[in-house]
Design a protein around this ligand. Structure first.
Ligand code: ADP
Ligand code: TRP
Length: 321
């Protein structure tokens, strides 16, 4: 059987370079090696978005970003979580073997409450649906950013519990979390996130990139002084291949002011984003392209996931007539 990879992104806003480096780039690189199943987690998004137009446009936006980032529908099955009913069904089944304590310990849940988000059941049971997303495809690997590590651990806990109760059914998938991109900082220095208004989007114009980069907070060191590792340098390390040695040296020895460091970062981000803009322009010339990809992706995902769901139903004793 081919080695599989599963990952996904919620449709909660415009994807950004944090999503790209943390997760999407790995999905793109690994599509050469794995059978990729990449979803838009639109059901998950419902625990945060209660506006139909926003969810619809957010969903399309994720698919467009996947394609513009280089996911190739010939190699990767791109689909909507909501179009594959097995996700919701397996989530219900797994919910019955998941202890409340496991979910109460989830950092993402605790952080969301601390930030004033509504404590709804969907938010609380988020990791159970995510476990279903993953386990249905029996993947070997799941590339994600560091903030999803605990969710993967919960997935493995749930899978182990299922195996213990009903016999070996799921193997435990491994996370692919790359240290150097595990948490990309946003323009305010916190983790870059769709929910924090601190992002640089993949289709951002040069003007907006510059405006945002200029806002990155810096300390009061003068150009000739050495600098501490900060958000600016962290972003340069991701983006600025050619002039990175010079910038690293200026941080250690001094000799470059924050203004120039920011201008260079903005220019490098703009060049980095150019291929994304080019692919977007191409996608926009093909009416119905997105829909065609999703219809095919949904079909493939239904085939794979129904096979696992049937096996699960058999194991737990649900009659399938
Ligand atoms: P967001 O926090 O922007 O809403 P999601 O929760 O939809 O992002 O995350 C989608 C994927 O991108 C996940 O694998 C997540 O770990 C990764 N990711 C999100 N933000 C970052 C970041 N700042 N750095 C690295 N990876 C990230
Ligand atoms: N929880 C992930 C996030 O917020 C999105 C997601 C949903 C996911 N289902 C998944 C990621 C399955 C990997 C595999 O980023």
């Amino acid at each position: 059987m081919a080695h599989r990879l599963v990952s996904g992104i919620q449709a909660t806003g415009t994807p950004h370079i944090g999503n790209y480096f943390g997760a999407i780039r790995q999905m793109v690189q690994l599509q050469e090696k794995y059978e990729n199943f990449i979803l838009v987690a639109d059901l998950h998004s419902l625990n945060q978005i209660h506006d139909a137009d926003r969810l619809r446009s957010g969903t399309r936006e994720i698919v467009i970003n996947y394609l513009a980032s280089g996911l190739d529908p010939e190699k990767t099955t791109i689909f909507l979580q909501s179009s594959v009913p097995a996700h919701a069904e397996l989530s219900t089944i797994l919910g019955s073997i998941t202890s409340l304590g496991l979910l109460e310990r989830a950092h993402a849940y605790k952080d969301a409450l601390a930030k004033g988000r509504e404590a709804n059941l969907g938010l609380f049971s988020y990791p159970v649906l995510m476990a279903a997303d993953i386990l249905l495809y029996k993947p070997e690997v799941v590339p994600v950013g560091r903030d999803q590590q605990q969710h993967l651990e919960i997935t493995n806990d749930i899978a182990s519990r299922f195996n213990h109760l009903y016999g070996q059914t799921f193997s435990l998938p491994k996370g692919i979390i790359l240290d150097e991109v595990a948490t990309v900082p946003g323009i305010d220095g916190q983790k870059m996130s769709k929910s924090y208004s601190n992002t640089i989007g993949l289709f951002e114009s040069p003007e907006v990139v510059k405006e945002k980069v200029m806002k990155i907070p810096t300390d009061s060191r003068r150009p000739e002084e050495p600098k501490e590792v900060d958000t600016l340098l962290a972003l340069h390390r991701l983006i600025s291949a050619a002039d990175l040695p010079e910038i690293e040296e200026a941080y250690v020895k001094g000799g470059m002011g924050y203004k120039e460091t920011k201008e260079r970062l903005a220019a490098n981000i703009t060049s980095f984003l150019q291929p994304f803009h080019d692919r977007l322009a191409e996608i926009n010339t093909k009416p119905g392209y997105l829909e065609d990809i999703l219809v095919e992706g949904n079909k493939q995902a239904n085939i794979q996931s129904n096979a696992t769901l049937e096996e699960v139903k058999e194991r737990v004793g649900i009659l399938s007539l």
